[in-house]
Every structure is written in structure tokens, then in C-alpha cells.
Design a protein around this ligand. Structure first.
Ligand code: M6R
Length: 613
């Protein structure tokens, strides 16, 4: 949700800032801009050159003069919260004299009162944004030291922020501040970077420092200095990013989502790698930071998450309850935080998030921790806020996920849940033999997913056939109910087709009224005790004239015969079917969106990382 870049060093800043923004475009893409400290030799001005454009980074890139000379600057890609999408509301925002420019990610809750106060002091506002108050406040406090001015301004701000700031009078210096919105410093050789995440700087450096809430940083080409909320200097911990630049390229695929779907055999393999102890039928999860005794003492599990991560949590809770025999519930983070939750001792909380920055999940997790709860993170992005603030956890190692629609992170989160379930189950009722069997089935998953991907052409043809329908139902029972929810979410978010995920047994309680020849139902038919029940539900739809696309085991000839269209998936133990069943749904959503000419990677109104409530 909004991306920030900053550069100071010997190279031309504008190109580095715009390239960095391109890497962050998935965080927001309704407008973008840069502010560069223009070199004295440049004809334009010995000050700040601010360039902004509505739309994607490509329009900003076109607008930036090739010969714009300046070696320090900041950039921003916006996901609008306050004020419509236009050039004036785009960042960076400057003060009235164009001396200070800022970029901001987050929300300033008290901006109206601050704006009133500043207007009273004679300052004139140009935009409708909350962020512009920061520029004026910094200018108001500026007395030759940008860091001091920003720190003075921060004292007035209520809300969340990641801020980058430059001043025309301090060449080569960028000041940044963080409270609730991520900010990372990139340490280069004679050059420094600032960004919302490491993707923006991966082409230049892998040495990074993750800022904590309350910290302020000053950057110069050869140095940086971090101080905390008490104005004490902080010893920086330099981390080494393991992601390769290739991982954030499309590598021959048409878009990131397609690449990420097809990467799943490898990404699931990575999530499992080194974590399976076949000899003892155990999972090895080194980062939980809980002793065996502490883990064994856990009496129940609660998942906190949003969107796709919540769907993974629903699958995880089903597994934990049915296999490890501990009561488990997945809760929407945005609901948990405000309902005054009871945090019982003996409860293991799991905060699940691909980005590790989702505000709803982060705040809910903090609320639980405040009440003494133990929270483990299941995150993809290393060094993200949720990963750092949780008491321990499991990295899912899916690699950078760029497409807004989450695919490979979901299956890697599932893999983490299967491992955790095994750990818990082996502490309770599961035998050594059953543990080994479970592991051998888990090991086979990447291969099964690879085979599920082979239905690509069939699914593309079905997408062509059905993509002009305006409503869909996605139906499943048991472990496949969350997969139905996930299939519906995928279709909605990238194709803009209305889709509802429902428990197949619930449709007769209302949604069956939606069934018509124009409303297809996608049925997920398991190969266990729920198969017959699901087939009954499928027939209820058929009897009312609704077209049915069924996804079931390749061996299920009966379902193949009843459905209007059939997508076979490799046969496996039903406990592992969430992996094989989600793949056709991801592909179906992808091909529908492609067929309808949608922007698959950057669907309208969305952003990858939702850092506002
Ligand atoms: O980064 P997170 O996993 O915390 O994100 C949570 C949701 O915002 C995210 O899963 C969202 O629903 C995706 N766009 C779904 O594809």
C-alpha cells in the first residue's frame, strides 16, 4: 500500500528512483512521482525538481527528462486513501517554498486539525491528502537540520507512517522515519537507498537494515545514522537478503501471476526442504522458539489472518483439529482486534501473512501479545514486521510474490500448516508409523501439483467458454470449503466477475436461489466420506438447470459423467487435496482475467500489501 524509494550516491537519482518504484508498483499503482535535488549545473533550478503523473510507473518514466541531473531524491507510488487520484494528490508533496519534499506511506489521522493549525500560520495547501501536512510541518520546524525538523514534526503526528524526506538546502541527505509502515535502508558502496521493501534495491545491494517503529534515519552517500524515539543512536543490524534479482523478473512468462502459479512445485518444495525427518516421522521447525514442553502444553490454536492467508488458516485449523486433535479456529484479523478477545493461556496464536505487513493482522497480533498471548508468525517476507514482532515462527520461503493475487504463497502457507500439524499430532496421538506415512504423502505434493498444472489447456478452454458469465458459485465441503472460498476470491479480484464461495451443504439454505443456466457452479469433489454428500449437492444444482464444472480425482468417472465440464486432478489422500484442487482454480481465474483483457498482476482498486486498516 504505497511504495517509497530514496537514493543518494554518485549515480543519476531519477533513473534509480523510477526503477525502484517499478519494483514496488504492486504496492499501489494509481499515481507516482519523484523529487530530485537538482544539480546546480542543471538549467531547471538549484532546488528540488518534483515530477508526478497519474497512472502507472510507465507514465512517470516517460515524463522524467532523460537529462535530469541530480544525485539524491525520493520517489513514491500511490494507493489512494485521502483524496482522489490526480496529479496534485500524487506524492512527493512539497512545502510552499519547494524547499522540503516528502513521500509518505500510511495514514495521518489528525491531519485535519494539523492542517487548520498550519493554515492559520499562513501555509497554503495544494492537495486533498493527509500526507501534505508532513511537508508543511517539517518546513515549519526547519532550522538548518532536516532530521531535527522531521523529529519535531513527528511529535505532532497521530497515525501510521513510513516517510522519506529531502531538503533543497542539504544536498545528498535523505531523512526517513517509520511508525507502522515498513521502511528499509539499503547499504551500498558509496551509495545508500531507502525503500518500503527490499525489492526496490535488490539490483544494487543486498545489505539491508530494517527500521523499527519509532526510528529515524539520516542517509548520506557514504554513511547513515539511525536514532530511536528517545533520540538515542541505534547500532544498525545489517541483514543480507537471500532473494535473487531473477526472482523478481517475469522470466519469460506473460505476467507475474502466471509465473507464480507455475512456480508452485518448486516453492512448495522450498517450504518443505530440510523440515522433514523421515526417520522419526517428524517435522523439524527450528524457528518456533518454543521448547517441546511449551508446544506440548498448547491446548488450542487460533489463526489471525486476512484474505488468502485467512483461507490458508482455515485449512490449517481443519488439519490441526482433525489430525492433531486440538481445537482450532481461524479468525479474520480485522474482526479480532476490535472485539475485545479473550486470550486464554495455553493458546497458540498463528499470525499468517505473505507480506508480513498487513495492518489488520499486525494490529490484531499486537493486541493478542498485549494480553499475554504467544504469537507465531507464518510469513513469507523475511524481516517483515509480523515476522520480527512475533514470538517465533515459520518462514514459508515461497520467494518474492509480486502479483497482487496470492498463489504460490498460499500453497507454501499450506505446506507450513501441514508441517505444524504433524509436529502437534506427533506430540499427541499420531504414531511413528502414521507420521512417516504423512511425511511421505507430503513429499509427493510438489510432483502432484506439477501434474495438476498439466491441465492448463483444458482450463484455458473452459475459461473461454465461461468467462462471460457474470456470477459464479464455488462449492466445497470440509477441507475443500476454504479452497472454494479461495477460488472465488481469485476469480473476483483479477477478473472482476462476481463469485461466491460457499460450503456446498449450505447452498440449500439460501444461495441455491441464485442458480440459473447463466450461473455456473464450480464443485470441488473430494475422494473421502464427503464425496457422496458433495455429489448430492451437485445434483441439486443440476436439477435446477445450473451448469456444473466439477473438479475431482482423475479416477472419479462418475463425477466426470454427471458434470457439464470436468477437470481431473491427480488422485491423492484426501487430506492433501487442498494442494491439487487450488491449482485449477488459480488457473481458471487467471485465464478468465486474461480472456477479459484485465490487468492480471495489478487489478483495479487493489494493492499487494495492505498496510492501512
Ligand atoms: O500479505 P498478507 O498475506 O497478509 O495479505 C493478506 C491479504 O491482503 C491478501 O491475501 C489478499 O487477499 C490477496 N490479494 C489475495 O489474493
Amino acid at each position: 500500500m504505497c511504495g517509497i524509494t530514496g537514493y543518494t550516491g554518485p549515480k543519476q537519482a531519477s533513473r534509480i528512483l523510477v526503477d525502484g518504484l517499478k519494483r514496488l508498483e504492486y504496492r499501489g499503482y494509481d499515481s507516482a512521482g519523484i523529487a530530485v535535488q537538482t544539480d546546480p549545473a542543471d538549467q531547471r533550478a538549484n532546488a528540488l525538481t518534483v515530477i508526478k503523473r497519474v497512472g502507472k510507473i510507465a507514465s512517470l518514466r516517460q515524463a522524467v527528462p532523460k537529462d535530469l541531473s541530480g544525485h539524491c531524491g525520493i520517489g513514491h507510488t500511490r494507493w489512494a486513501t485521502h483524496g482522489e487520484v490526480n496529479e496534485v494528490n500524487a506524492h512527493p508533496h512539497a512545502d510552499g517554498s519547494n524547499r522540503i519534499a516528502i513521500v509518505h506511506n500510511g495514514i495521518i489521522e489528525n491531519y485535519l486539525s494539523l492542517k487548520g493549525m498550519l493554515e492559520h500560520e499562513g501555509m497554503v495547501f495544494a492537495s486533498q491528502t493527509d500526507s501534505e501536512v508532513i511537508a508543511h510541518l517539517v518546513a515549519y520546524h526547519y532550522d538548518g537540520d532536516l532530521e531535527a525538523a522531521l523529529k519535531a514534526a513527528l511529535k505532532h503526528l497521530k497515525g501510521t507512517f513510513g516517510i522519506g524526506c529531502v531538503c533543497s538546502q542539504e544536498p545528498g541527505r535523505i531523512v526517513g522515519a517509520r511508525n507502522g509502515s515498513p521502511l528499509v535502508v539499503g547499504v551500498g558502496d558509496g551509495e545508500m537507498f531507502l525503500a518500503s521493501d527490499v525489492n526496490a534495491m535488490l539490483a544494487h545491494t543486498k545489505r539491508v537494515v530494517y527500521l523499527n517503529d519509532g526510528e529515524v534515519v539520516s542517509l548520506w552517500p557514504h554513511d547513515f545514522r539511525i536514532s530511536d524515539g528517545d533520540d538515542q543512536s541505534v547500532d544498525p543490524k545489517i541483514d543480507h537478503v537471500t532473494w535473487e534479482l531473477d526472482a523478481i523478473e517475469k522470466e519469460g512468462f506473460g505476467c507475474y501471476m502466471e509465473k507464480e502459479i507455475f512456480e508452485q512445485p518448486d516453492s512448495i518444495e522450498r517450504a518443505l526442504k530440510g523440515r522433514m525427518d523421515s526417520e522419526y516421522g517428524l517435522a523439524k521447525l527450528g524457528g518456533l522458539n518454543l521448547s517441546k514442553k511449551e508446544l506440548h502444553a498448547m491446548q488450542r490454536v487460533r489463526v489471525i489472518a486476512a484474505g488468502t492467508s485467512w483461507h490458508a488458516g482455515l485449512v490449517g485449523c481443519h488439519l490441526v483439529e482433525s489430525i492433531a486433535r486440538l481445537p482450532a479456529l481461524a479468525e479474520l484479523a480485522s474482526e479480532l482486534r476490535y472485539r475485545n478477545p479473550v486470550v486464554e493461556p495455553g493458546t497458540l496464536y498463528l499470525s499468517v501473512s505473505q507480506s508480513g505487513e498487513t495492518a489488520d493482522t499486525l494490529y490484531a497480533m499486537r493486541e493478542v501479545q498485549r494480553r499475554g498471548g504467544t504469537v507465531l508468525g507464518i510469513c513469507n517476507v523475511v524481516g517483515s514486521t509480523i515476522a520480527r514482532e512475533s514470538d517465533g515462527g515459520i518462514y514459508v520461503h515461497s520467494g518474492p510474490e509480486i502479483a497482487v493475487a496470492s498463489t504460490k504463497a498460499f500453497t507454501s502457507q499450506l505446506a507450513a500448516f501441514y508441517l505444524l500439524t504433524l509436529s502437534l499430532a506427533r506430540m499427541h496421538d499420531m504414531s511413528h508409523h502414521d507420521g512417516s506415512l504423512f511425511l511421505s504423502q507430503l513429499k509427493a505434493i510438489p510432483g502432484l501439483v506439477k501434474r495438476a498444472l498439466e491441465q492448463r489447456d483444458l482450463i484455458q478452454a473452459l475459461a473461454k467458454k465461461y468467462c462471460h458469465c457474470s456470477d459464479f458459485l464455488f462449492l466445497g465441503r470440509g477441507l475443500l470449503y476454504p479452497i472454494a472460498l479461495e477460488g472465488a476470491l481469485k476469480l473476483k479480484e483479477i477478473s472482476y466477475i462476481h463469485a461466491e464461495g460457499y460450503a456446498a451443504g449450505e447452498i440449500k439454505h439460501g444461495p441455491i436461489a441464485l442458480v440459473s443456466p447463466q450461473t455456473p457452479s464450480v464443485f470441488l469433489v473430494p475422494n473421502d466420506h464427503l464425496r457422496e454428500k458433495t455429489i448430492t449437492n451437485l445434483k441439486e444444482i443440476k436439477a435446477r438447470g445450473g451448469p456444473v464444472i466439477a473438479i475431482a480425482s482423475e479416477k472419479d468417472l462418475e463425477v466426470a459423467a454427471i458434470a457439464d465440464d470436468f477437470i481431473p486432478v491427480p488422485d491423492c489422500d484426501s487430506r492433501f487435496q487442498p494442494f491439487t484442487m487450488i491449482v485449477p482454480l488459480q488457473l481458471f481465474a487467471y485465464f478468465c482475467a486474461l480472456e477479459l483483457g484485465r490487468d492480471v498482476d495489478q487489478p483495479r482498486n487493489l494493492a499487494k500489501s495492505v498496510t492501512v486498516e
